[in-house]
Design a protein around this ligand. Structure first.
Ligand SMILES: *Cc1c(COP(=O)(O)O)cnc(C)c1O
Length: 385
């Protein structure tokens, strides 16, 4: 069976974990945590990074930092992972779900303005498959209506947005006021569970460390800036242990190699399937303002029925492909809370999007096998008509 995902280990993870154990510093905010944070700050220009135990936690921190409270509205795409909405719901927000574009699961930035009311506080663009949303348009709306933008960049490490206006190329997660990343084992760079919050607006930096450390100013104390620390705000235990950060450091050291290989695999899929695009199926489109970090290789089938038949066909051929999100506005949790608007593109991707195996150790032969199997599926359909 070709699995859908296989976490890649660089080989140094246990070495660094042993180091952390030897240093006898295994709680959070030690050497490895600081090394990881500094790396991301320097490479991508985030004003401040904090490792978290997950992207979900980073989103919860973001919701607290934005002072989201009952009565506030937060605009979130319906086609996303539960956490994007859940973290704001926990602060009492009302979620207003936005539809996807027709040509991409990313939120349709041209249809966001109609969702903004006096109560809107935050917009949360999700960079699906690591490909950028239209950030110029979203940041312009934020300026016009005085909103905050939290980028859910869970899938978007090492990917960029290229401004159509200025040509400037900026890392995803560095454009909104806050950004969140995931190092879950299904992402490009991993630590099992893990995540990161990025601050791109200085206003948030001081408070972020306090929220991170259970509402205390402990980080300030350890830097020697105050001579005792105590309870100063709300917060939680959002910081990961040094064991996790040590693991992550091994991954970070190999980020270029990992990204290079994933892009090679992605391009191989694309080249081999290209002849079927817009004919039997739809391949991902990469907009001129987005780069591809090869987080995922998806295709879009013409119907739910066809997708389910293709998934079965692939499984019979020893290939584990999977579908992805189910529109959150139709979820069991949210059903009764939605305002009834139809989100047809989100529903279409829920029904028709399919993800192919994509991981560092996937071989060229595996890809050949997947592509052959997809071809044989569509050949079979044609001959049966
Ligand atoms: C993976 C993912 C998350 C959640 O990440 P965790 O680290 O597992 O909490 C949130 N949003 C998106 C878009 C994701 O892909």
């Amino acid at each position: 069976m070709i699995p859908f995902n296989k976490p890649y280990m660089t080989g140094k993870e246990t070495t660094y974990i042993k180091d952390a154990v030897r240093f006898s510093k295994i709680s959070g905010n030690g050497q490895f945590t600081q090394k990881c944070q500094r790396f991301f700050e320097e490479r991508y220009g985030f004003k401040k990074c904090l490792l978290t135990t997950s992207c979900t936690d980073a989103l919860e921190m973001a919701a607290i930092l934005c002072n989201v409270a009952p009565g506030d509205e937060v605009i979130v795409p319906s086609y996303t992972f539960v956490s994007t909405a859940l973290s704001f719901i926990r602060q009492g927000a009302k979620i207003v779900f936005a539809d996807s574009r027709g040509d991409h699961p990313n939120v349709d930035a041209d249809r966001l303005e109609e969702l903004i009311t006096e109560k809107t506080k935050v917009i949360v663009p999700v960079h699906y498959a690591g490909m950028a949303c239209e950030m110029d348009k979203i940041m312009e709306l934020a300026r016009k209506y005085d909103l905050l933008v939290v980028e859910d960049a869970a899938q978007a490490i090492d990917s960029y947005y290229i401004s159509p206006a200025t040509g400037e190329k900026r890392p995803l997660g560095s454009i909104g006021h806050l950004g969140t990343f995931s190092f879950h084992e299904t992402k490009n760079i991993i630590s099992g569970e893990g995540g990161m919050l990025t601050m791109n607006d200085e206003r948030f930096i001081y408070r972020s460390e306090i929220i991170w450390e259970k509402g205390t100013n402990r980080a300030e104390f350890f830097r020697g800036e105050v001579n005792k620390y105590g309870w100063v705000d709300i917060g939680s235990s959002f910081l990961p242990s040094e064991i996790i950060a040590a693991f992550l450091w091994a991954q970070i050291e190999n980020i270029d190699q990992i990204q290079h290989r994933r892009k090679q695999l992605w391009n191989t899929y694309y080249e081999r399937l290209k002849f079927m695009d817009k004919n039997d199926l739809y391949l991902p489109t990469i907009s001129s303002y987005a780069t591809n970090n090869a987080h995922m290789f998806y295709l879009v089938c013409r119907s739910a029925e066809e997708r389910s038949a293709l998934l079965t066909h692939l499984k019979e051929n020893g290939i584990l492909a999977v579908f992805h999100y189910l529109s959150l506005h139709l979820s069991r949790f949210f059903e009764g809370k939605h305002d009834g608007r139809k989100l047809t593109n989100s529903d279409m991707f829920s029904d028709c999007l399919l993800r192919l195996p994509m991981f560092y150790e996937l071989g060229e032969n595996d890809i050949r096998k997947v592509v052959e199997s997809i071809k044989s599926f569509y050949d079979g359909r044609k001959s049966s008509f």
